[in-house]
Design a protein around this ligand. Structure first.
Ligand SMILES: NC(=O)c1ccc[n+]([C@@H]2O[C@H](COP(=O)([O-])OP(=O)(O)OC[C@H]3O[C@@H](n4cnc5c(N)ncnc54)[C@H](OP(=O)(O)O)[C@@H]3O)[C@@H](O)[C@H]2O)c1
Length: 334
């Protein structure tokens, strides 16, 4: 199997690195400092699965034009704002790529890829595996789940290519599942990440190191968390979906949906306490983007839910205000 990762930053390098480590032939396309460090010293991964240096089965290039041969899968892993540019640069790959999928946190990505490569060559995908680029050549793998990646045909059918991809990820230590409802998984993952991202940016501001979990223990923080969750879940349900906690145990959308507001607030405070006591210190990437002064993925992570609420004529005041605040902040970021 040959895989090309378009956008080898935090997540793309972690996925590509683990796949290469188990014999998949991987080409990473990323920025020059990172790809040069990998070519020189190998890709270093630190974090949940220990420390690894990957040199075999791995090619790193700084331009898609330098990627050679045929690829079974192209995995799009740039941030949403960079998609158009990355796909334009990758124009020459369309004849040498069989199928494409995106691990980005958004939902319109499949239509974007279908427009680039043709709908029959696109696979739906969603993952919660965590990756952060620490320095050129070094990434941290900070998050995983019992099933960390889902793949599926957009029409819900079974296919050999989805099964092959699922097997390759699972063999690489990234437990994956082939599903017939990938669109639902993508929308639910988006609700989960939109909640965490929007809450942390608007509740914690841009205070470096402010603890997500301590914030959840503040009663007002928990009340706001629940109001935001209930708005997102109302839209999710109105689209015809039922919360499934696909990324359990990290996902708690089922509980937030089922519990009455007062109970849900106590639940969030309890979750904050448990996570803090376990020593969790992570932040959603949108919070990190704001702290670092980088443009966020607000239109990709919150935009689809805001647009769906508008289409469905739904009143989601907390979601709308969170979106308006982040859009305002985003306007000041480069
Ligand atoms: N990281 C996670 O844990 C995680 C988990 C699930 C889903 N996701 C989603 O996955 C996507 C990627 O996230 P990430 O955190 O991995 O982002 P990231 O660390 O910023 O990685 C993207 C990388 O692609 C590079 N890039 C952008 N345009 C390029 C181009 N035209 N050619 C070559 N390289 C290019 C970026 O360089 P510059 O920084 O110089 O632009 C960056 O190094 C996002 O949509 C995110 O929401 C992330």
């Amino acid at each position: 199997m040959r895989v090309l990762i378009l956008g080898a930053g935090g997540l793309g390098s972690v996925l590509g690195g683990y796949l290469a480590n188990t014999g998949v032939d991987v080409t990473l396309v990323g920025r020059p400092a990172h790809t040069e460090a990998i070519t020189r010293d190998g890709l270093r991964i630190t974090g949940r699965r220990g420390d690894l240096v990957i040199t075999d089965n791995l090619t790193a290039v700084d331009q898609t034009a330098k990627a050679t041969g045929h690829f079974d899968y192209l995995v799009l892993a740039v941030k949403g704002k960079d998609t158009a540019q990355a796909l334009a640069e990758a124009d020459g790959l369309r004849d040498v790529v069989s199928s494409a999928l995106s691990v980005q946190n958004t939902v319109e990505k499949d239509a974007t890829l279908a427009g680039w490569l043709g709908p029959d060559r696109v696979i739906g995908a969603s993952t919660i595996e965590g990756g952060t680029l620490l320095e050129p050549g070094l990434v941290r793998n900070h998050l995983t789940a019992e099933v960390t990646a889902y793949f599926g045909e957009l029409d819900g059918s079974c296919s050999a290519r989805v099964d092959d991809l699922t097997t390759a990820f699972t063999n690489a230590g990234l437990p994956a599942m082939a599903v017939g409802n990938i669109e639902q998984v993508e929308w639910e993952k988006l609700a989960q990440i939109a909640l965490a991202a929007a809450w942390s940016v608007t509740a914690l501001g841009a205070i470096p190191g402010a603890s997500v979990f301590e914030g959840m223990e503040v009663p007002e923080g928990a009340m706001y968390f629940v109001a935001l969750a209930k708005d997102l879940l109302a839209v999710y349900r109105a689209k015809g979906y039922e919360p499934m906690n696909f990324f359990a145990p990290l996902s708690r959308l089922k509980e937030l949906d089922a519990l009455p507001t007062d109970e849900a607030i106590k639940f969030v405070i309890g979750q904050g306490k448990v996570m803090r006591e376990k020593g969790n210190t992570g932040h959603p990437s949108m919070y990190e983007d704001v702290v670092r002064g980088r443009k966020t993925e607000v239109d990709f992570m919150l935009g689809p839910y805001v647009a769906a609420a508008e289409e469905l004529a739904m009143d989601v005041p907390t979601l709308r205000v969170a979106y308006q605040i982040i859009k305002t902040v985003d306007g000041f970021l480069a």
